[in-house]
Design a protein around this ligand. Structure first.
Ligand code: DCS
Length: 286
């Protein structure tokens, strides 16, 4: 039996029910996080939990637990579900109230939900790389908030899937922003470049780890907006996310990147990223 966290209690999944007037269900009025679990241990938990609090704060939801309490509860959930390799999904909504766009005037308790998923590391794709398409970024202007409202992201991802691709690389006009559920990087003359962390993208936790390993290993790294032309002429392209880690992109809209193979700098960063996981969570299985 699998267990779910609902408002501070860990209960059987089949008993975890949320009201139809929950504002998350009606408006997507809430925020979420996805945290990786390796060897039964949370990876970059503090970073994810502080982003969770920041996202919630920015839409006026105050989380009725400290990040330390949240972390302990998530660890209990991992233990209950005997999760070794996977993810924790967690979300908080403003709570249940009669449907009205304006926030409830009476005090409502936010609804906090978390559950575990068994998710492998996409190891084969780490070696082969993945294909992507390009699509105009039609999302709102606060993509830094990890909001439950993901329609723009879903439409982009669906377009990629229908084209037989792994990810959709979004752009606002000439400027490349990010993937539908990942950050996007180019490598040119050995230097890595990715969109600066502002309101147009989600500040990836994986991106922060990549930034750190690059600076520790003298790999030039710049957070700066790059264009579709830069993408087209890049030596290497890769994407990053909690579930995809560091993933080479070897084809974009039918055009091969680096002759259709993962590049040298990308492979180096994959290796350094794996070392970082192992530092926090112990050795990974081959
Ligand atoms: N950009 C977007 C739009 C994302 O949805 C994600 C992660 C990222 C960037 C990368 O952020 P992290 O490195 O912190 O994961 N999306 C999560 C999701 O919805 N599923 O898995 C990861």
């Amino acid at each position: 039996m699998k267990f779910t966290l609902l408002n501070g209690e860990i209960i059987p999944r089949s008993e975890a029910k949320v009201d139809v007037e929950d504002r998350g269900y009606q408006f997507g009025d809430g925020v979420y996080e996805v945290i990786r679990v390796y060897n039964g241990k949370l990876f970059t938990a503090n970073e994810h939990l502080s982003r969770f609090v920041k996202s919630a704060d920015s839409i006026g939801i105050s989380i009725p637990y400290t990040t330390e309490q949240l972390k302990e509860t998530l660890e209990k959930l991992i233990e209950k579900n005997k999760l070794q390799l996977g993810t924790i999904y967690m979300q908080i909504t403003r709570g249940t109230a009669p449907r009205n766009h304006a926030f409830p005037t009476v005090k409502v308790t936010p609804t906090l939900v978390a559950y575990t998923n068994e998710v492998r590391r996409p190891e084969e794709s780490f070696h082969t790389g993945v294909k992507a398409i390009l699509t105009e970024d039609i999302r709102w202007l606060r993509c830094d908030i990890k909001s439950l409202n993901l329609l723009g992201n879903l439409l982009a991802k669906q377009k990629a899937v229908e084209a037989g691709c792994y990810e959709a690389i979004q752009h606002r006009g000439q400027d490349v922003t990010e993937g539908s559920s990942s950050n996007i990087y180019i490598v040119k003359n050995g230097a890595v470049m990715t969109h600066e962390s502002n309101h147009l993208i989600l500040k990836g936790i994986t991106k922060d780890v990549i930034l750190d390993v690059c600076s520790d290993n003298d790999i030039p790294f710049e957070e700066k907006t790059f264009s579709l032309d830069d993408l087209e002429t890049a030596d290497e392209v890769f994407l990053s996310s909690t579930t995809s880690e560091v993933m080479p992109v070897i084809e974009i809209s039918g055009n091969k990147v680096n002759n259709g193979t993962p590049g040298e700098v990308t492979r180096k960063i994959q290796e350094l990223f794996q070392q970082e996981i192992e530092k926090q969570c112990g050795k990974l299985a081959d």
